[in-house]
Each structure stands twice: as structure tokens, then as C-alpha cells.
Design a protein around this ligand. Structure first.
Ligand SMILES: [Zn+2]
Length: 237
């Protein structure tokens, strides 16, 4: 399960070479000019090929159906949360128009379900999400499902708090939600500061930083452009 590790500041060397080799071997360069050089972070956290190819939504699953429940805790601004998460989903669509979502009124109708938590207690994360997991529906169609866990407060010791858990502001929770939607779309962590999918990026106060960058979008487009029958792993693992 992808997790956020806000306290970690560790950085790994970037992997330009696999991306370059990949662009050459797969002819990905044909879609690259819009972004310049082939640059994605799929190999920052490489997964086995079978997982890489299956942990993404089929074209016919878009728009993916999402259920966002009301926050089940007492909060100052209960009306803030549902539109916040909705906007986080839509912000991906803005940059990657193929990744569309529709919002449904019951978990049974959804393929991505949001679950609210008060905070993550002893977990080293501010949000969590499953990669899309494949399953066969009742009418024998292959589909995916995912779940995103969001908290309304930062837990003790996670860098943001002093003595007691504090409520995430709109901006903080929005970044966390954007990041978790990235996982629910099949994206792994990036090692580069500034990407919304950076796994260990935080400022001195432990607050998460980042926004959806062209690398986030390039990586998403690259993931979805990999042919189903590809035999060679793009990261050569
Ligand atoms: Zn994460």
C-alpha cells in the first residue's frame, strides 16, 4: 500500500537513464515533445511488470466512479471536505483529460471509495491509498477498485503538531488528497522535491509540499501508454 512518510527527508539519485532508454526502445518519444525530454518517475519505486500493467484503470472504466462520504467527526467546517476531495480529483483531470471521474452517492456504486479517519495515530502517514486492484465483476468484466484513506487531523509527532493533533487546513488536506488520488490512479512515489507524488517531501515544519507537476503528468501518461503485452520492464528490473 503506498503511504506518505512526511518526516522522511531522504533523497535517492534520480534515474534519468532508464527513462531515456525506455523512450528509445518503446518509441515513447512520439508523445514526448509536448513535455521535452523523456522524464518520468515510474522507476523511482519500481514494481514487478505484471503489477505495473495491472495497477491502472482500463480505458472503459473512465469516468471512474468515486464515493466521498461526509466526515463522520465533529469538525468546524463540515461543508469543506467533500468539495475539497472532489476538486483534488478534478485537478488531475485538468492536466490529464483522459483521467475522468464521476461522483456517486453510495459506496456500492463506486470503484474508488474514500474513508475518513480522525488521524493516523501511530502510522507514519498523513493519507493512504491502494493502487487500483483488478477484479472480475459479476458480468465477467475486468474492473479495478481502490480505496483512499484521508484524515482530518495530523497525528502527534508527525512534525506539524506540538502537543495535540491539529486539524489540517484546506490547503494541507488538498495536497494530501491530490497525492492519494495519484496513487489511486496507479502512480508510485517520486523522489523529486516538488512533485505531488514525492514520498518524503516536507518543509522544516514537516508540512507536505508540492503540486501536480509536468513530471507527475508525464509519468501518468507514460504509465497509461505502456502496451498490455509489453515483455520488457521499462525499469529493467
Ligand atoms: Zn504516498
Amino acid at each position: 500500500m503506498p503511504r506518505d512518510i512526511p518526516r522522511s527527508m531522504k533523497k535517492k539519485p534520480m534515474s534519468f537513464l532508464p527513462g531515456l532508454l525506455l523512450a528509445l526502445t518503446l518509441g515513447w518519444a512520439c508523445i514526448a515533445p509536448a513535455f521535452g525530454e523523456a522524464d518520468h518517475y515510474l522507476c523511482d519505486e519500481p514494481r514487478p511488470l505484471q503489477k505495473l500493467l495491472s495497477q491502472r484503470w482500463f480505458g472503459y472504466e473512465f469516468p471512474v466512479r468515486v464515493y466521498i462520504p461526509p466526515v463522520p467527526f465533529e469538525v468546524k467546517q463540515p461543508e469543506m471536505y467533500m468539495p475539497l476531495v472532489k476538486t483534488a480529483f478534478q485537478s488531475w483531470t485538468e492536466y490529464a483529460p483522459f483521467a475522468t471521474f464521476t461522483f456517486v452517492d453510495a459506496p456500492k456504486k463506486a470503484n474508488i471509495v474514500i474513508e475518513w479517519k480522525s488521524d493516523f495515530k501511530n502510522e507514519d502517514a498523513w493519507g493512504m491509498a491502494y493502487y487500483p486492484a483488478i477484479y472480475q465483476s459479476k458480468n465477467k468484466i475486468l474492473r479495478h477498485r481502490s480505496k483512499i484513506f484521508l484524515a482530518i487531523k495530523a497525528q502527534l509527532g508527525s512534525g506539524m503538531t506540538v502537543n495535540e493533533p491539529v486539524y489540517f487546513s484546506y490547503d494541507e488536506l488538498f495536497l494530501i488528497a491530490q497525492h492519494e488520488v495519484g496513487h489511486a490512479l496507479g502512480l508510485n512515489h517520486s523522489n523529486t522535491d516538488g512533485d505531488i507524488m514525492c514520498g518524503g517531501c516536507s518543509d522544516m515544519m514537516g508540512r507536505m509540499m508540492g503540486k501536480i507537476t509536468s513530471r507527475d503528468i508525464q509519468t501518468l501518461k507514460f504509465l497509461y501508454s505502456l502496451p498490455v503485452k509489453i515483455k520488457k520492464h521499462p525499469c529493467r528490473i
